[in-house]
Each structure stands twice: as C-alpha cells, then as structure tokens.
Design a binder for this molecule. Sequence first.
Ligand code: ATP
Length: 141
Amino acid sequence: MADTLHLQIITPDKQLVREDVDQVQIPGKTGYLGVLPGHAPLLTELMIGEISYNQGGETQYFAVSWGFAEVLPHKVTILADTAERAEDIDVKRAQEAKTRAEEALRTAAADLDFDATLFALRRAEVRLEVAAKAGHTTAAH
Ligand code: ATP
C-alpha cells in the first residue's frame, strides 16, 4: 500500500482511471513530471501531452489536454479537459484534425485564430503519437 499511488483520471464526461499504480508521468506546466509514491505534494496545470502510468510492469498511455493535477504522497488526481486511452483514440479523426489545422495555418486567413489552431494541431499530433503506442504497452521494460 505504501509503495503504490492511487491514480484517478477524470474528465467532464467520465472517470477513465481509478487504480493503484507504481508511477505516473504527467505533462505539467514546466515539463513532464514523474511521480513515484511518497512524492512531495503539488498542484500543476496540465498541458497538451501524454500521461502514462506503470502498473505491475505494464504501461498505459493517454492523450490529454488542459486541466489540473494534484499530487499527494500516495494519491494523484488528474482533472483533464479531454483525455483518451491510447486504444480508444480514433486515428482517422485525429489525422483529419491535423490536416485541417495544417491547412488553416498554411492558408492563414485574416480571421484565423492562430493560437487555437496551433493547439488543435498539437492535440491531434499527441493523439496520433499516443495511438501509435497502443498494442506496444507491455514490451517497454
Ligand atoms: P476534432 O476537431 O476532431 O473534434 P478536437 O481536438 O477539436 O478534435 P477536443 O475538443 O479536444 O477535439 O475533444 C472533444 C471531445 O472529443 C473530447 O471528449 C475528446 O476526448 C474527444 N476526441 C477528440 N478527438 C478524438 C479522437 N481522435 N479520438 C477519440 N476521441 C477524441
């Protein structure tokens, strides 16, 4: 018990994860944060990126965007605006979102919301990267 972390990943739609894990990696505001049991308490904003956690030698991957993570010595709570398990990512949809964002940036219409389009591109890229890891979750150790 003392050597595990209780991890919850929650979005406005659903609870994706509620499990005891060995360690978790979070895309925090200042970069990726690796959390092991006993970590000092902290609160961080989440960026667009990948969350991964290890549990009994297996690694699970999620794409996330925005939100907050609360780290306590034996509990990590992630409240994300969006989060998808690698296996649940719709690759075609992410590819289309990426193409749309790239096209919008290339065309650069006068009313383009540049920041929003860059974020859409980043979300799509991360979804594609994370989806590519589905099926490879037990080999990386
Ligand atoms: P799109 O343009 O394809 O809607 P988006 O980046 O604008 O992509 P978001 O606003 O980040 O989409 O997410 C809206 C909802 O759709 C969230 O619940 C998110 O988890 C889900 N979602 C978005 N893209 C995908 C995807 N490729 N596969 C699975 N779920 C997705």
